[in-house]
Design a protein around this ligand. Structure first.
Ligand SMILES: Cc1cc2nc3c(=O)[nH]c(=O)nc-3n(C[C@H](O)[C@H](O)[C@H](O)COP(=O)(O)OP(=O)(O)OC[C@H]3O[C@@H](n4cnc5c(N)ncnc54)[C@H](O)[C@@H]3O)c2cc1C
Length: 426
């Protein structure tokens, strides 16, 4: 059975804008589309918003500010989120600490509130997956959803693919690419009741290296300076497991969950035995799900490159700024990864990177937008993905209101709308 055959006799609903995926990008997209007046449906396979922030328990909200000066490079919805979390003030121009952890539970709550405020024209369906797409001639006809009510179809004037994996784009037949091998999968885990001392990091590292050498754990990445006391003075969040695999292959995802949980248990047990600061420590939780850094990326009207980032290239159709370093993790060795800690100045991300080449009514936001692998190492981070979503949602609402194709939107009209909503553009 193909994805196309599935859509035949299902109950169908019509919306202006369908947002597939409720990670950072989908959250920004749905909110912006609904605030722009479009009847919007957001579908998310989990029971909450946030994607990697919450599904994977990665607390870092990166891409907001320049990493050395702390100057804020993004406005709009990401900053509004920080303000609602009490982590930024209106009119604030700099962050004291540009590597900013946010509490996933607080974020879930704030995101729910922000979405519910748009209840007049925004519907949210959690526990709902995009399962198939019916499309032809550069247009998405219907998106098939699967949830506890069974299968149904949605017809949208504009669809925004914010699945991270480009599910909608790929299943519709839009051009996508992947790099081989892809960056590794990671299961985060959180440990409580750890005593922080100066000797903690080297002691932990020694145990990790021993366990890897004996084959007790798989690949790993260990921070040179652990800055993982993100939530509480005695709690560590570990982004340490590295599991090769394809995040669009259910068998690989399953194996990665099991491998990651095994490594987490082995690590915490060994630290408890061998590191005094861990004597009374305990594993609070893992995941909930394994984290996927990289799968498909669309081939868009423009593909962002590392050279664009390094040269600070400016684009006439810029819709947000990126500001994070190029962070690409290897899947074939333990210990280190390839980021060179070189800090880019804010660079433009053009609207054309959200437009799959040859498609009229489809936008893509987040880590699957059109960028080379290295460029996506910077543009994929959480706050940047949220701002990208805001750009896509704003464009979708403008296209619906004017009856035009998203790719025919007047760039200045889009940029003016984004600026009016607080987005910082050069
Ligand atoms: C292990 C790890 C560590 C990271 N560390 C950092 C960091 O320190 N700082 C930082 O800023 N960024 C970090 N990142 C990168 C960053 O988190 C992501 O690239 C970013 O969150 C991308 O957002 P997104 O919305 O595009 O995708 P995602 O966060 O992947 O969200 C996609 C959403 O779509 C949903 N979805 C997927 N498929 C479907 C479907 N078919 N139907 C319905 N829903 C679907 C998913 O459930 C998910 O909620 C890390 C990523 C990983 C994996």
């Amino acid at each position: 059975m193909t994805h196309t055959q599935f859509a035949a006799d299902l109950p169908v609903s019509d919306v202006d804008v369908l947002v597939a995926g409720g990670g950072c990008a989908g959250f920004g997209a749905a909110l912006a589309a609904a605030r722009g007046g479009a009847r919007t449906l957001l579908v998310e396979q989990s029971g909450f918003i946030g994607g990697i922030l919450t599904r994977v328990g990665n607390p870092w909200f990166d891409g907001v500010a320049h990493l050395t000066t702390g100057r804020i490079a993004l406005g709009g919805i990401p900053i509004e989120v920080l303000q609602r979390l009490g982590l930024a003030e209106p009119e604030q121009t700099h962050l004291d600490h540009p590597f900013l952890p946010i509490d996933p539970e607080a974020f879930k709550h704030v995101a729910d509130q922000m979405l519910m405020e748009q209840h007049d024209n925004l519907d949210v369906l959690f526990h709902t997956s995009v399962a198939a797409v019916r499309a032809g001639a550069g247009r998405v006809d219907e998106v098939v959803l699967a949830n506890k009510a069974g299968l149904s179809a949605v017809r949208a004037k504009v669809t925004i693919d914010a699945t991270g994996d480009g599910d909608v784009a790929a299943w519709a037949g839009a051009p996508v690419e992947r790099s081989v091998p892809m960056q590794p999968l990671t299961l985060h885990f959180r440990v409580g009741n750890v005593e922080e001392t100066d000797t903690l990091t080297p002691r932990m590292r020694e145990v990790v290296e021993d366990l890897h050498e004996t084959g007790a754990i798989g690949l790993y990445f260990f921070h040179a300076e652990h800055d993982d006391f993100a939530h509480a003075p005695d709690e560590l969040v570990f982004n340490i497991t590295r599991i090769p695999g394809d995040g669009t292959d259910p068998a690989d995802l399953t194996a990665a969950e099991m491998r990651g949980r095994k490594d987490a248990h082995v690590l915490v047990s060994a630290w408890r035995e061998r590191v005094p600061e861990f004597r009374n420590a305990y594993l609070i939780y893992s995941g909930p799900s394994v984290g996927v850094r990289e799968t498909r990326r669309i081939v868009g009207d423009y593909q962002l490159t590392e050279d664009d980032i390094r040269s600070g290239r400016r684009f006439e159709d810029a819709v947000l700024q990126g500001v994070f370093y190029v962070d690409v993790h290897p899947s074939d060795r333990a210990g280190t990864h390839d980021y060179d800690a070189w800090t880019p100045d804010p660079y433009d991300i053009p609207f054309r990177t959200l437009l799959p080449r040859g498609w009229d009514d489809l936008l893509v936001a987040g880590r699957c937008h059109s960028a080379t692998r290295r460029a996506a190492g910077s543009s994929r981070v959480t706050a940047t993905a949220m701002a990208m979503g805001q750009a896509a949602g704003t464009a979708a609402a403008l296209a619906v209101a004017s009856g035009s194709r998203v790719r025919d939107l007047d760039t200045q009209t889009l940029q003016n709308a984004l600026r009016a909503d607080g987005v910082i553009l050069n």
